[in-house]
Design a protein around this ligand. Structure first.
Ligand code: G4P
Length: 286
């Protein structure tokens, strides 16, 4: 995973640059992870997109549960923010995005026509924290066209736009924003879904957070996946997983590091089914 160190000066500079670039943009596609649509948002988007149409794209929908996605879509709509859930790896995502962009830019195109411009060019920009699928979406939208730009050696890497279809251009580099670090629960959720590197937080805390989540929301899945009994004592649950999966060291001790890696792998690979760590009911606005 790409790892970026964020410093206050770096964040201020990114914000300034994005604000500046936003002047050229009609629609900002704010990518979030569908397994944590609130936690994976960056707080500056509302501010930098004040005069730009904002659309929330909940990506990795294949890993999230449908019921939560529906609830989040209603939540965003109530705040006047159009949203969509997609799997960036699927080709049909492109068409879904085109349709939404067409809908949200109707007004812009109408106004342009009134000024005598029949085929205005709509420019979009993709922003989001690392690992939410920005590059995958850009590649999906741009297809082979992106290669034309990347193939030119020595060209100063200024912002460039790729025409993805008639009248629609996408900025070739995404706006990479920092994740929210200040709230511990948010950081734990981001670590659990792999949106921030495992080494940032103590791995045992991340695993225990995930286990407690499953014990509360999906106890049966947890029990049957490992064929274990649950307990109020989380260490006992870790021990049970360790024994069930043979994560044992010399002296018959549980190898917790192996249990942690195993659990995180299973959590991120749908072994407990699609899920969403953010509850709509816990939030009023974004
Ligand atoms: P970024 O630019 O926002 O940092 O994210 P990027 O597109 O690099 O995607 C991060 C990881 O998420 C990649 O996996 C990518 O394949 C995966 N991904 C993107 N969109 C989706 C999606 O809709 N569903 C699922 N399940 N995964 C998605 P990786 O393991 O880092 O790379 P790779 O092994 O796929 O090359």
């Amino acid at each position: 995973m790409k790892q970026i160190q964020w410093y206050p000066g770096h964040m201020a500079k990114t914000k300034r640059q994005l604000k500046e670039k936003m002047k050229q943009i009609d629609v900002v596609l704010e990518l979030v992870d569908a397994r944590a649509p609130f936690s994976s948002m960056n707080p500056i988007i509302p501010e930098i997109s004040q005069t730009t149409q904002r659309v929330v794209v909940m990506n990795k929908a294949d890993l999230a549960d449908q019921q939560h996605l529906d609830q989040w879509q209603i939540f965003f709509a109530k705040q006047g923010i159009p949203s969509i859930f997609v799997n960036a790896q699927h080709q049909k995502t492109t068409q879904k995005l085109y349709t939404l962009i067409d809908t949200v830019t109707e007004d812009i195109r109408h106004k342009a026509q009134e000024r005598g411009i029949n085929d205005p060019i709509i420019r979009i920009m993709i922003v989001g924290i690392p690992n939410v699928g920005k590059s995958t979406i850009i590649n999906q939208l741009a297809g082979k066209k992106k290669l034309k730009i990347g193939d030119k050696p020595g060209v100063t890497r200024q912002t460039q736009f790729i025409t993805v279809k008639k009248g629609l251009e996408v900025m070739d580099t995404p706006g990479i924003l920092w994740p929210k670090f200040d709230d511990e629960a948010i950081a734990l959720k981001l670590a659990l879904i792999g949106a921030i590197k495992d080494s940032i937080l103590p791995i045992d805390n991340v695993v225990i957070y995930g286990l407690n989540y499953l014990i509360e929301h999906k106890p049966e899945k947890l029990k049957t996946h490992y064929d274990i009994e649950l307990s109020d004592d989380i260490v006992e649950v870790l021990d049970n997983i360790g024994r069930a999966r043979g994560c044992i060291m010399r002296g018959n001790e549980i190898d917790y590091d192996r249990v942690y890696s195993l659990f995180l792998h299973d959590f991120r690979h749908l072994k407990f089914g699609p899920l969403c760590l953010d509850e709509v009911t816990e939030h009023e606005t974004v």
